[in-house]
Design a protein around this ligand. Structure first.
Ligand code: ADP
Ligand code: MG
Length: 254
């Protein structure tokens, strides 16, 4: 779905990221991990076309990112930035409906999809509320619903890029959103998401891309990437890695 080769990104004249190569196939959830400032948001902003590439190539569904017309690309690539804001007093339902703007699927279909994604992100009870009067976590779920609406029920595979989607969420909503990400991937899409919680990455991601000071430190399945020595080297924290008692995934104990 997404092919990245030899990617380098610069900001303010400084190279922030270099030598990034990976393939994100349909059906996969990939977690991007790394310390603050490692370049995770820069990577997502470059993959979404918000920041220009410095070098390398990004292919979306086999076609260079820059070759896509904006509307067509928005049908295949949905992005949740690290912080989203809105200055106007839209209702929650109106904000979620914005996710349908790239589509010409008609009012009835849009209403059906918006109802479904509001349930998926648990914002249905907030439907009529003023977006500006919501808490940080509630706002984050509204934006997630909006981004889900952009790719929901799409006939063609799409890619979701989510920058710290669980940052403001309580425990139950973290699980809900990551479960939704898995289901979106299972329905024939691909998901790339930035996380800070290594255990959430271990549990929900098929593969992990670990960034360190602007480069790829490791890329692979959670068992291969989330090793105690590597975590110590990248994050500077001593951990133990055990097997999750119920799931066949690593459990990182710090
Ligand atoms: P992460 O999301 O992994 O915490 P970012 O991708 O936001 O990191 O930032 C990577 C590096 O780029 C940091 O060192 C940050 O200071 C720098 N950076 C971010 N935004 C800008 C900018 N607009 N101009 C110059 N440098 C920036
Ligand atoms: Mg960031």
């Amino acid at each position: 779905m997404l092919t990245v080769s030899g990617l380098a990104c610069a900001r303010g004249g400084c190279q922030i990221l270099g030598g990034i190569d990976f393939e994100l196939p349909i059906g996969e959830v990939m977690a991007v991990l790394g310390t603050n400032g490692a370049g995770k948001s820069t990577l997502l902003a470059t993959l979404s076309g918000e920041l220009p590439r410095h070098a390398g190539e990004i292919l979306l569904a086999g076609r260079p990112l820059g070759d896509w017309a904006a509307k067509e690309r928005a049908q295949r690539l949905a992005v949740l930035p690290q912080s989203s804001s809105l200055a106007f007093a839209f209702s929650v339902e109106e904000v979620v409906m914005m996710g349908r703007l790239p589509h010409s699927s008609g009012w009835e279909e849009d209403r059906r999809i918006v109802a479904e994604v509001m349930l998926a992100a648990d914002v249905e009870p907030l439907r009529q509320r003023n977006y500006l009067a919501l808490s940080g976590g509630e706002r984050q779920r509204v934006h997630l619903a909006r981004v889900l609406a952009q790719v929901w029920g799409s006939a063609k595979p799409a890619c979701l890029l989510l920058d710290e989607p669980t940052a403001a969420l309580d425990l139950a909503h973290q699980r809900l959103i990551l479960q939704q990400a898995r289901e979106v991937a299972q329905r024939g899409n691909a998901v790339l998401l930035v996380l800070h919680d290594l255990n959430l990455a271990a549990r929900y991601a098929d593969r992990v891309l670990l960034l360190d000071r602007g480069g790829v430190s490791a890329l692979g399945v959670p068992w291969d990437v989330l090793e105690a020595d590597r975590i110590k080297q990248v994050f500077g924290v001593e951990v133990q890695v055990a097997r999750h008692p119920q799931r066949n995934c690593p459990l990182i104990i710090s």
